[in-house]
Design a protein around this ligand. Structure first.
Ligand SMILES: Cc1cc2nc3c(=O)[nH]c(=O)nc-3n(C[C@H](O)[C@H](O)[C@H](O)COP(=O)(O)OP(=O)(O)OC[C@H]3O[C@@H](n4cnc5c(N)ncnc54)[C@H](O)[C@@H]3O)c2cc1C
Length: 376
């Protein structure tokens, strides 16, 4: 049984590993000319680590959480106080780069996997017992097509219809990139959260590489915003904020790679149609705010492998797979809205609620140094 896997990201590679494990022969196509590296901060929660373990790649994954990280809430004037942030959440997510997760999956692919770069499906057609994809050289026959080609998926467009049926705007923008040094005045293991109504800057630390920065801000017209030069857009949106914002903005010009993008959630009534199945961001993009996109991509792939070894005929196996995944995904899609307000509150009221909640939680979670007991 041959499966076409579209996309060499976390979900595509995880799917290829799971398909190989289920006795299928995956063919991966990737639009980019080569495998990408680097990326941005990705936190892996226990469920994602468990899925990585099931796929046999957890031991290869470079986890980079600093041993003794501290989190600082920094206000617009640059004043700081101890707080809690992404890395302090229940489950204590591990800090990695997206490239670390992808490198582990890449190493976990069967060495004889057919991987074709610089190509993708131009058309898809299905009959009762096969799916046909034109990859640029005429139609090729497959038993299954896995669309793991991300938020703006071509497979979804070809098999399920246009993006505007499924993409829900989160009305926010992000810009993320690697810093070349720790933020001046802070240690390399400090996590920073500068959170104001409608705009935020987060700095994520690692134990063995410089931190990454994430600007997240609310915008009504994200399409217009995305056409702007990132440096100009950020300078305008973060005007009036004290250090370290100007220093971090200055580093943007030196960053070798950056991602400036609008934020969307993907909501679909079905993730499979006939012999085409969507996985990861293509099917259910949760938004970065959930912190579960990479994890659920691997969970979905592992579950797909289980479904394909269940002995059920393909349509029933795909239905069973979707039934298994849907409650988890639905929950994370709902939670993502709440977490989004934690990352970048959309209004002053939510900002006030966030301050109160984070303040109370910080009081409980931050261990104060014990007073020395004098023995004299
Ligand atoms: C700033 C940021 C922070 C994040 N933080 C976290 C986090 O803390 N924890 C977490 O779990 N997740 C996080 N995520 C989400 C996570 O990165 C994604 O959910 C995950 O990487 C999605 O993987 P994917 O393989 O489904 O899609 P993608 O990563 O989008 O991969 C799709 C692949 O398909 C290729 N492709 C696209 N179109 C075609 C085509 N037509 N033909 C062939 N190939 C094609 C692309 O080039 C790409 O290689 C974050 C995301 C962002 C943007």
């Amino acid at each position: 049984m041959r499966a076409l896997v579209v996309g060499l990201g976390v979900s595509g590679m995880a799917a290829a590993i799971a398909l190989s494990g289920a006795g299928w022969t995956p063919v991966i196509v990737e639009r980019a000319p080569a495998r990408r590296t680097g990326g941005y901060f990705v936190g892996l929660f226990p469920a994602g680590k468990k899925a990585a373990d099931r796929l046999g790649v957890l031991d290869r994954m470079h986890l980079r959480t600093p041993v003794d990280h501290r989190t600082w809430a920094v206000d617009a004037g640059g004043e700081r106080r101890r707080s809690i942030g992404f890395l302090d959440q229940p489950g204590q997510p591990e800090g990695t780069m997206r490239g670390d997760v992808e490198a582990a999956l890449w190493a976990g692919l069967s060495p004889d996997t057919d991987i074709r770069f610089g190509t993708g499906p131009l058309s898809l057609r299905q009959t009762a017992d096969a799916a046909y994809a034109d990859l640029g050289d005429g139609e090729e026959r497959f038993d299954l097509v896995v669309g793991a080609d991300g938020l703006r998926s071509t497979v979804r467009r070809l098999a399920f219809g246009p993006d505007d049926r499924y993409l829900r705007p989160a009305r926010s923008m992000i810009c993320t990139f690697s810093l070349d040094a720790p933020v001046p005045g802070y240690s390399a293991s400090d996590q920073l959260a500068l959170v104001e109504p409608g705009r935020a800057l987060w700095v994520f630390p690692y134990r063995d590489r410089p931190p990454t920065a994430l600007f997240a801000y609310r915008a009504r017209d994200v399409d217009a915003e995305q056409r702007r030069d990132p440096a100009e857009a950020l300078a305008a949106r973060y005007a009036g904020m004290g250090e370290p914002v100007p220093w971090v903005l200055d580093r943007l010009a030196h960053a070798p790679e950056r991602l400036f993008d609008s934020v969307w959630q993907v909501r679909m009534p079905h993730w499979h149609r006939g012999r085409v199945v969507l996985l990861g961001d293509a099917a259910w993009c949760l938004t970065l705010y959930s912190g579960m996109g990479a994890s659920t991509g691997m969970m979905g792939a592992a579950a797909l492998g289980d479904a394909l070894t269940s002995g059920l005929p393909l349509p029933r196996a795909l239905r069973a797979w979707e039934r298994t995944m849907r409650p988890t995904i639905r929950a994370h899609q709902l939670i993502a809205h709440v977490k989004g307000e934690g990352f970048v509150p959309s209004n002053p009221f939510n900002h006030g609620v966030r301050r109160f909640v984070v303040g109370q939680a910080a009081k409980l979670l931050i261990r104060k140094p014990r007073p020395a007991i004098g023995l004299s």
